[in-house]
Ligand binder design. Sequence first.
Ligand code: DLL
Length: 449
Amino acid sequence: MIFEPEIEMMERNALEEVQSARLREMVSRVYESVPYMRDRLQGVGIEPSDITGIADLWKLPFTRKSDLRDTYPFGLFTKDKSNLLRIHASSGTTGKPTVVGYTAGDLDIFGKVCARALAGGGAEPGMLLHNAYGYGLFTGGLGIHQGGETLGMVVVPASTGMTERQVRLIMDFGTEVLCCTPSYALTIAREFARQGIDSKDIPLKFALVGAEPWTETMRAEIDSRLGLRSVNIYGLSEIIGPGVSFECTEERHGSHINEDHFLAEIVDPDSGTPLPDGEEGVLVITTLTKEALPLIRYWTGDVTSIERGECSCGRTLAKMAMVKGRTDDMLIVKGINVYPSQIEAAIGGVRGLSPFYRLLVDRSGTLDQLDVEAELSKEAFEEVATEFLSDEAVEADHLLRSIRDEAQRSIRDNIGISARVILLEPDRLPRSEGGKSQRVVDTRKVLVS
Ligand code: DLL
């Protein structure tokens, strides 16, 4: 189902006209009402009249997370805080949190873009939506909640944690749609298995997962363990929250960007130069309709690429590839750039491994060392245990070594880096309780321990 077909299937010329008109209006509004941004634009010699349409976008300067921090809490807002209906904030592991605000109009857009995503993922009015994104300052819980209500779904505001209860509610209510992070979807799947519930008896049909990078291997795992069809949902608080882009269940290949609200570009991470469609770089977004916190060329830090063209679902909205990671999550190991999701993809195809892994980066002397802790799948572990018990320790050892060697080879062949793979028993690594998962422990910066 397409929630707003008149927009989501709009002809590109017409869409670009809408974008240009909205961009002109937005730049003038920001110039008039945000002194910090007026100074920034004047500093690079830009007057609102210089921006006649989307072809002039490149002339505008980037806005970065540091601008939000420097003007904490409300310095980039166009409206006085008494005109807002809601505030969210990102926890911010370092320094001040990033604060974002919404007018009534912004919340209306938030609900609609999330409704578009839910509909794209297979949800329909009247279906039950189990929302296991965190409720609170994080945008995931309330954003998806409002999207569900906007679509006419019955929302179960489960939030995160208490996984046993989540499973019971889904079974008792006969819930069709699940929303949570991909890592939490796997935690929920494990709880279903623990309770002895077979995937074919789980009522769930669709899942919209996002808020952190994930891969096709994880998708296959989520789909088969929960007996559903999962799609990606992407977004960030600064732009609105979830609902910036979403996959359609027809293709599940690229996430449609809600381009009537969010103008997307891909730029070179070093020079900031816009890159052509299909090339990988940093996603930069300009909000076209946001009232409280409009942002000009916001540097998301997320690495992806954009494709335009026909989609079998009928939508004409451009699509962005799965986010590979954030430029600030990128590890440089022995001089080679590595995103955790690349390691995940490289070991994902190795038979005998589960989707759970963790990267440990350390330095001995001047040499970086990358260790990949990877859990064995339950089946492989049982095979090894059976061989040990029946006095076939040599075969067991052989099996473990072959899994390890294949994982190391795959990392070397795919990423060009040598890593030591450490095999763990199932369930040894910390599991997601609903929030974003931490996959990297980098001790290179530790001065004293
Ligand atoms: O994570 C909003 C959200 C909630 C999106 C629920 C999807 C579902 P923030 O906490 O501000 O907002 O974090 C935004 O998370 O810049 C990406 O680095 C990452 N991210 C979000 N969605 C995806 C995704 C929410 N589908 C940051 N794939 C973004 C990969 C994602 N990374």
